[in-house]
Design a binder for this molecule. Structure first.
Ligand code: ZN
Length: 231
């Protein structure tokens, strides 16, 4: 099937669309609002970023969850953060094999090319990815319609295996949300480029957990491996 056929099939299925532009009106309106406000009022910034490239100070690794909004939490403008999002904000173990490693590629680019000074792993409450991974690790039946998610969430197994037994699943899932951040910090430190930058004191790694409903952040204390509320 060639590209033209694929596009014609998409348009045929999109019965509500009367034109080749099938972007929802709401998004078009939001774009126009951004263009005439945010962009037009910060033209110099965008011109500078376009001419001179990006120099973000920090990389943020966040969950794909729409309720977690790093740019809003940290009041970011364009160029501030190099952001990578994946299901459950996981850093897999360093593994230079023939697989496609999107997260690892993003880490390498941020550290080796952009030379960011900070990497922040941002977890969150009520994470659907962590919850699914918890039940997958527990041995409950996998949803076979989600093979890519099932495979990805296997990254959680080492953290799951270290969980302390608690009175109910909800408490253990919350613990896994935080323990998986600690594991991700540990995996991150095994990347050769990160290890080198740590040795030369060119980078700092941070773990954060966002309580969505309360708007609170807890920060990982790397000495005690506990999370403390940011006040
Ligand atoms: Zn999540």
């Amino acid at each position: 099937m060639n590209w033209l056929t694929i596009i014609k099939n998409i348009m045929a299925k999109n019965k509500d669309s009367n034109s080749e532009n099938n972007l929802p009106k709401e998004l078009i309106d939001r774009y126009k609002n951004w263009k005439s406000n945010t962009f037009d009022k910060n033209k110099t910034l965008y011109e500078d970023l376009s001419l001179n490239g990006q120099k973000p100070s920090s990389m943020i690794i966040s969950c794909c969850d729409s309720r977690v909004n790093p740019t809003s939490i940290f009041g970011a403008k364009a160029g501030d953060f190099f952001i990578h999002r994946n299901i459950a904000n996981l850093i897999p173990p360093y593994s230079p094999d023939s697989d496609n490693h999107g997260t690892s590629a993003a880490v390498e680019f941020a550290v080796c090319v952009l030379k960011v000074s900070h990497i922040i792993i941002l977890g969150h409450s009520s994470c659907g990815g962590i919850k699914s991974g918890y039940y997958n690790c527990k041995g409950d039946e996998l949803n076979h319609k989600l093979p890519s998610i099932n495979k990805w969430l296997k990254v959680l197994e080492p953290a799951y295996n270290e969980l302390e037994q608690q009175s109910d699943d909800q408490l253990m899932i919350k613990s896994l949300e935080k323990l998986s951040i600690i594991k991700s910090v540990n995996n991150l430190m095994q990347f050769p480029c990160v290890e080198k930058s740590l040795e030369s004191n060119d980078i700092l790694i941070h773990g954060l957990w966002n309580d969505i409903g309360k708007g609170e952040l807890e920060i990982l204390n790397l000495n005690t491996l506990t999370f403390e509320k940011l006040t």
